[in-house]
Every structure is written in structure tokens, then in C-alpha cells.
Design a protein around this ligand. Structure first.
Ligand SMILES: [Zn+2]
Length: 225
């Protein structure tokens, strides 16, 4: 009996070690995807899709719909919106390493003034992203737009800093819920910030200069209102 329980203990230890060894370099997924300093007033926001092709209109339609299924309602409008979705084509050596970009203008109290969300058609083509992967990149950029930051490198999250294959996971929904848990407060005098972020193509590519080789570039710059 004693021998048997010792054997069980040894197998448990061995099994545990094997489990750990199976994922040596993967950082754990944060159980709640971290949040950014900006948000919409509620979990409903409208957007204007400036895509001219039916293909990219469908990429945005699918990505917004997938967020809607998880609790954030995106509504397409024809007129002006503070949120604009579009694509661009940059095949230059420095530009092609970026698959998606987003620019948010927001205030110190967290109010979004404008969001410009973009995907790079040239990188999609050059690095053979299929349509499902393009939708996931669009979901990632929309995640930033609505107020999520990155989950860890290697995480199983749509907000993985180099996401190509993950859709919106429970950890991301928890981040969304955390971001919108409190009611929105308006502030009359408020400083304005602009922040840019860029998603690199995955697998990671060597990059020259611009953003210092990191996955993501975020800089805040204060403007007067
Ligand atoms: Zn990102």
C-alpha cells in the first residue's frame, strides 16, 4: 500500500513536470485581458465602415458581429461616426511588417473622441493571411478601440500582441466587462491624448528602426483641448 502511494506520487510529479516542460516558453494567459485608459460611454457604439470592397466590408461585418456575440454592440452607420474602420496598403519594407493599426484620441477621463481602426491589405496578401485570420486581426484592433490592452505574449487571447489565430476568448470578455463595469462619467475640462498602436505580422519578423523592434508601439501625447 505504501509502495503504491509512493508510486502514485512519483507519477504525479513526473506528469506535472511533463506538463510544464510541454509549454516552456509560453507566458501564461492573463485571466482577465488588461484594459486601456479609454472607453465608449456604453457597450454600444456606432461605426462607419469606409471599406470600398465587399470583401473588407465582410471582414469588418464578421469582426463586429463576433464582438456583438460577446457583449459589445457595434452598429454600422452611413453618416459620420467617431469610429472609422478602413484598410490601407503599405508594402514598403517598414510598413509591411504591420498588419493592423489603430489611432485613438481620448481624454484623461477616458472618453473616446475618435478611433481610426485599420488593417493592411498588403501585409495580409504578402504573408498569406486567410480570411478567417484577417477577421481575427480586425477583432484585435476593435478590441483596442473599445478599450482593451494586450494580453501576454503567447497568450490564448484575441489581444495576444501578435494575434493571428485567436478569436475572442473568455479572458477578453472578462476584460470587456471590467472596462465597462462602472457607469460612464462626463467631465467638462479634460486633457486630450492621442495614442497609436500597431500589430505586427505573425510569425514575428525582423524590423528595422521605427518602433524599436517591439510588437507594439504606444505613445501618449498630450494636446490642449
Ligand atoms: Zn495590439
Amino acid at each position: 500500500m505504501k509502495f503504491r502511494s509512493q508510486l502514485t506520487l512519483v507519477s504525479l510529479i513526473t506528469f506535472g513536470w511533463l506538463l510544464m516542460a510541454a509549454q516552456p516558453s509560453q507566458a501564461a494567459t492573463a485571466t482577465t485581458t488588461p484594459i486601456a485608459p479609454w472607453r465608449y460611454s456604453t457597450t454600444t457604439a456606432n461605426y462607419r465602415d469606409k471599406s470600398t470592397s465587399a470583401y473588407y466590408q465582410d471582414v469588418w461585418r464578421q469582426a463586429t458581429k463576433n464582438w456583438q456575440k460577446k457583449g459589445f454592440k457595434w452598429k454600422a452607420v452611413k453618416g459620420n461616426s467617431k469610429t472609422v474602420l478602413t484598410s490601407y496598403s503599405d508594402n514598403s519594407a517598414q510598413g509591411v511588417v504591420y498588419i493592423g493599426m489603430k489611432q485613438t484620441k481620448y481624454t484623461a477621463s477616458g472618453r473616446i473622441i475618435s478611433n481610426k481602426v485599420m488593417v493592411n491589405r498588403a501585409s495580409f496578401k504578402r504573408f498569406n493571411y486567410n480570411k478567417a485570420e484577417r477577421v481575427k486581426v480586425a477583432e484585435h484592433e476593435l478590441g483596442h478601440a473599445l478599450g482593451l490592452a494586450h494580453n501576454n505574449p503567447g497568450s490564448v487571447s484575441v489581444m495576444n500582441p501578435a494575434n493571428r489565430s485567436h478569436s475572442i476568448k473568455n479572458v477578453d470578455v472578462k476584460g470587456l466587462n471590467l472596462r465597462y463595469r462602472t457607469p460612464y462619467k462626463t467631465v467638462s475640462k479634460d486633457t486630450v491624448y492621442v495614442t497609436n498602436s500597431a500589430l505586427k505580422v505573425s510569425p514575428d519578423l525582423a524590423i528595422q528602426g521605427v518602433f524599436g523592434g517591439h510588437d507594439d508601439c504606444e505613445h501618449d501625447e498630450a494636446l490642449s483641448l
